[in-house]
Design a protein around this ligand. Structure first.
Ligand code: XIL
Length: 318
């Protein structure tokens, strides 16, 4: 078969990519697979650009691990915050200043260096940031995190404006999960985008994480993608994996292949869906087993770096 990135490009997409993380980069067999440009043209840092990694103490920025990568994930998120960013520590005005400083410093550090695709690194065409990650609860209400409880809805526009000022060429995204089906959470994200556009706040794209379960991939994904591109946005699959209850069986692996194919086909069919990223490429380094008890085998390569049926499902989807 052609390769995942080759198939994505042939379908008119900008990239196919994978998340990765610094500790894995000592595994030479793993790095050899990740470096195959026929499969991966884009990298998302799994952890090393998050707030706890980049600003562990107030105004002390560290970019050592993040500098390994050329991508932007993420600026403002309720998880992986350093302890100093805690509800009750700051009033509204101070936290606004903290968010602005964090976003402008981190995005500014990577100005002209981050890139959506390896091709783009060579030609310096474009780049993107997940500026705000996971703002909503599953019922479509705002997540009750330090940013929303202290600043209110306006923290999103604040972070986006700081990012735009720090790197005017970067594409600015909001990224979330469980917005891949029609429902309250997707509607809340659509309404947020419309409100940002009405305020003139910079928003270029919405990322669909796509952390799915075998046999349960959403059926309205393509129509949701179309609802967002109809607003003039680009969209992307940003963190795709499709987990199963272990142990894996031949039947589950076949269903997983079909599921990957269906998800990728939805992106293929929407011109404004610019690319797809899997949340690492091998089960060896997947976040799933440590996060969802009893589940795993979510990625297209197994723990021994051997391709699974899902690999062919992705190629077929494009
Ligand atoms: C995960 C990482 O993969 C793990 O290593 C870390 O322990 C927790 O975060 N949504 C996101 C990603 O936007 O940043 C998360 O990554 C997975 C869920």
């Amino acid at each position: 078969t052609a390769g995942l990135a080759v198939a994505a490009k042939a379908a008119g997409k900008k990239y196919f990519g994978s998340a990765t993380d610094n500790p894995e980069l000592t595994d030479t067999a793993y790095v050899a697979g990740l470096s195959n440009l026929n499969d991966f043209m884009q990298i998302t840092p799994g952890n090393s650009m998050k707030w706890d990694a980049t600003e562990p103490s107030r105004r002390t920025f560290t970019f050592t691990n993040g500098d390994t990568f050329c991508s932007g994930h993420n600026c403002v998120w309720h998880n992986q915050l350093p302890n100093w960013v805690t509800a009750g520590n700051f009033n509204n005005a101070t936290l606004q200043s903290i968010v602005t400083t964090h976003c402008s410093t981190v995005v500014g550090h990577y100005k002209g260096k981050i890139s959506r695709t390896i091709t783009d690194i060579l030609f310096a065409l474009t780049d993107s940031w997940d500026v705000v990650n996971e703002p909503f609860n599953d019922d479509g209400t705002w997540r009750d995190d330090v940013f929303h409880t202290t600043i209110g809805d306006g923290y999103v526009a604040l972070a986006l404006r700081a990012a735009r000022a720090a790197d005017p060429a970067a594409k600015l995204y909001i990224n979330d999960y469980n917005i891949e089906n029609t429902g309250a959470k997707a509607t809340a994200m659509l309404n947020l985008v419309k409100s940002l556009q009405a305020q003139g706040a910079p928003i270029d794209g919405v990322g669909f994480q796509c952390h799915f379960i075998v046999g349960q991939v959403p059926t309205s994904f393509q129509s949701v993608l179309e609802q967002f591109t109809a607003l003039g946005l680009e969209v992307a699959i940003t963190e795709l994996d499709i987990r199963m209850t272990l142990p894996s069986t031949a039947a589950l692996l076949q269903q997983q292949k079909q599921d990957y194919q269906n998800v990728i086909a939805a992106c293929k069919n929407v011109a404004g869906c610019i690319g797809a990223t899997i949340w690492d490429y091998t089960d060896k380094y997947s976040w799933v087993p440590s996060t969802f008890s009893g589940q795993g085998a979510a990625l297209p390569w197994d723990e021994n770096l051997v391709k699974k049926p899902a690999y062919d499902g992705i190629v077929a989807g494009f």
